[in-house]
Design a protein around this ligand. Sequence first.
Ligand SMILES: *[C@@H]1O[C@H](CO)[C@@H](O)[C@H](O)[C@H]1NC(C)=O
Ligand SMILES: *[C@@H]1O[C@H](CO)[C@@H](O)[C@H](O)[C@H]1NC(C)=O
Ligand SMILES: *[C@@H]1O[C@H](CO)[C@@H](O)[C@H](O)[C@H]1NC(C)=O
Ligand SMILES: *[C@@H]1O[C@H](CO)[C@@H](O)[C@H](O)[C@H]1NC(C)=O
Length: 567
Amino acid sequence: MSVLSAILLLLLVTICCRVKATTTTKRPNIIIILADDMGFDDVSFRGGREFLTPNIDALAYHGRILDNLYAPAMCTPSRGALLSGRYPAHTGTQHFVISNEEPWGLTLNATLMPEIFKEAGYSTNLIGKWHLGFASPEYTPTRRGFDYHYGYWGAYIDYYQRRSQMPVANYSMGYDFRRNMDLECQNRGVYITDLLTQEAEHVIREKAAANETFFLMLSHLATHTANDNDPLQAPEEEIRKFAYIKDPRRRKYAAMVAKLDQSVGRIITTLAQTEQLENSIVIFYSDNGAPSVGQFANTGSNWPLRGQKNTPWEGGIRVAGAIWSTQLQARGNKFTQPIYVADWLPTLAHAAGIDLPESSLQLDGLDLWPQLAGSKDAAHVPREILHALDDVWHVSSMLLGHWKYINGTTASGTYDQVLTYRELDDLDPRNSRYVVEVRNSPASRALAHFDLQRLGQQKITSLRHSASVRCGNLQRGCNPLVEECLYDIAADPCEQNNLIYSKQHEAVLMALRKRLQEFRLSALPPGNRPSMRQSDPSLHECTWDNFLVKQPGIVPLECDYHGLPCE
Ligand SMILES: *[C@@H]1O[C@H](CO)[C@@H](O)[C@H](O)[C@H]1NC(C)=O
Ligand SMILES: *[C@@H]1O[C@H](CO)[C@@H](O)[C@H](O)[C@H]1NC(C)=O
Ligand SMILES: *[C@@H]1O[C@H](CO)[C@@H](O)[C@H](O)[C@H]1NC(C)=O
Ligand SMILES: *[C@@H]1O[C@H](CO)[C@@H](O)[C@H](O)[C@H]1NC(C)=O
């Protein structure tokens, strides 16, 4: 046998066995349910009693509470980090977000999670929000690895009419809802949280019938605000259930969260009905902290954490989240290892048995599947997380071990305090039978089937108690506009004791400063581009379209509430 044929034979054997490995073991379905701008404390598994989220709580109690899940503080960087496995500073998304009228997107040379799963034989589906660019078609979801997209390209839309007006300059109202590349008119007027859920259920049933393994990202509009003239929207009958909440805005928000919670229950139920739950990994989390006040304020609560969306404080970046899968050996506990949204790509690839060409992907995320799936007490992986590196607004922040560093802040420090509190007067009447509510939720009914031990009252109560964050007292404040801040975030989750001046912490401070400078050298310039007149929906038949390639109209149309397509 010649050397050449030996090599060929070797190749054949390798190819044969690879293919074999992929077809004989059924890979898990991946379902990521993403909330938009939902607060850290707007899930009742952390102990809040103003309104309940029994389905999300069931996911957390039957699975694992992601106690230290971190995300960038805004939509575009958070979604970019999830899908690319890289820091926003490494994809040009480290500054603010992509506003609809701006001609840019997530760098095209990043390989995205749906491309990787598609390559491995998965059906890849995005239902809902994209927000990673649409100025030209190559930025849009179906050109970036998703086989199917049903939803919107931009930052947000109206919950019924699917149109949006950007809060800048004088761009017109535009319609933003598509099935793949085509405008989608059907079911206009249906409440979007229900509509997106229904579409996700349809996809789940379709994949079950076709015996296809799938990756599904259900990227909700809830609980982001809609347009300025009517920011908080929920069906009247849902709002009525929260009549005991005095603040009418918070009452609507509670209804928006309730719809989102029902969505989680419906998805899990559909997975169970199609006998796919056992072979699925289900993750729920919010893309960033809630904007309690200011732009896009939705009344969401990050209590007791400081700050909110678009700030470097824990309220912006430590998000509510949970995971469930039969592959998790230990369930019904808190996963306390810090985990960052860019970790999902390598972590879920591992769970799916996909080998990653790590060098070409240049991942920042870590594979934490062994820790997640492993026993309860698996050792923490010591790690760093680059939380922010925005040299336009001069905000940088990172975690090294349990040390958190902040230098600079947003909005001149307006949102640096604790902006919310726990409402003790408006209590959900269901709270008195909380355990029953959780156990009777559709999610719990489906998940209980796979429990290692029955989820008892005591277990629920103690998990709920242990997931509450408790703050110490304010010891030494910090103003990041004029000084650097250093916190022992494990001991001081509420950022109340600035340790920067203590000699004892000099070494860790030097290490943090040094790492930040190193990240500056590897950062891409921010991809932000100035607004472009030719993007105006009035020049594109009143839609948000691929304005870099589509010929704009000559005469702007009237795009008020009635001039839009699909009327
Ligand atoms: C990705 O594209 C940017 C420009 O958008 C470039 O600066 C960067 O070097 C590229 N990175 C890789 C790995 O090709
Ligand atoms: C919006 O403002 C810009 C400049 O301020 C102007 O050139 C443009 O004509 C305006 N567009 C509309 C639709 O009013
Ligand atoms: C579904 O696909 C798997 C391989 O992915 C195969 O083992 C199984 O037999 C298929 N089931 C049906 C009902 O076709
Ligand atoms: C902290 O912020 C100041 C002001 O923006 C800047 O000059 C300095 O380089 C920053 N330090 C680090 C370590 O990023």
